[in-house]
Design a protein around this ligand. Sequence first.
Ligand SMILES: [Fe+2]
Length: 128
Amino acid sequence: MPKINKYVDIDTVEREVKKDLIDRHSPFITVEGEAKVGEMLKVNVKMGKEFTHPDDFDHYIESITLFNGETKLAMTTFVPGTLGNEKSHAEVTFNIRPMGKKLKLVAHGYCTKHGIWESTAVEVAVAQ
Ligand SMILES: [Fe+2]
């Protein structure tokens, strides 16, 4: 079982190497538009904001998983080379249909060398 690392705001981290490690492994969630009950909602998850992650055969982002609270909503997997073996931001947009009053979105990114990294939770009100 890989260790689960939680996102830390890199502005609070002093060492540049540590900032890079944290940022490139952290999933960042963006919700497009307003959430309405029963209507499709686009949820984008992008790995890293300021720093890019390798896409090497022995070191790459293998998966991005989206949760609503403790419920798994969706997951995508990558193979090495999806991003051309170039340092990049692995990214996916999930289309989900919210049915409750709110969402508590959390994403996990899995690096084959550095384990699971958890995003900050994003709370979304769902219009009824
Ligand atoms: Fe990594």
